[in-house]
Design a protein. Sequence first.
Length: 274
Amino acid sequence: MFHKLEKSPTDAKLWIIIKLSSQRYAIDSSYVESISQLTEPISVMPESTNVKPGIIHVRGNVIPLINMRAALGLKTLEEEQAVLAKMLEQRKLDHIHWVEEMERCLDEEDTFTLATDPHKCAFGKWYDNFHTNNQILSFHLKKIDEPHKKLHKAAHLAFECPRECDDCEREKCLREELKENAHIYKDIVVKLLDEAKTILVDNARALYIVVRDQKNDPLGLLIDEVLAVETIKIKDLPPSCMNISGPQLVSHVGEKENSDTTFLVLNINGIYSL
């Protein structure tokens, strides 16, 4: 993906609205030369850091990159994904532990003390409350709901319903059915969780915006997403935001016309000073 931005005398009034983590930022469009998806590996340099990860080659030009998440003190996309992947692995282990304990209780005719309500087990509590802005990941995780609930329903019938009934054959039938289905449902959920980690990697391609001012060579800014091109009102930063050590990367607050939506306005000169 490559978008060349044509400049006109009115471009100074337009702002590129971008997203970094959960925060929205605005860049003066008059500085922006192009917006592209990062499809090639970044060439790491001896002086590379989290903020300055390296260079890329664009149409014969060498473009140094600034990781805007790292520059602004946010978790990098890689760090955020690593945390989420670790969390998905832990939730998978919660699910496996629940199934293994259920099977043990079936084999030993022991009392099953874990939750049979799909909303009250450790995995279910996480699943009901987890939200992500990654639409592909969110859609994929919704596939877990049905097998997870079916597994819990089978456990409820096997462990609780027979206690209210004197039909021993029915109890045996329910328990045998649960043994047969437990691994099927467990494997479906485990597979979906493993696939979710793959989705994280496959959808990790960042965008970069090539900016240039009158005094400097082009610079690439790694971002998460471009949301819109807007006209916005510019307001001064609150005094509490002006005593940040190091380069002043945010210069103003922007407000969308006829809306409560606000943006932090990026200071191109401050970014170049990095």
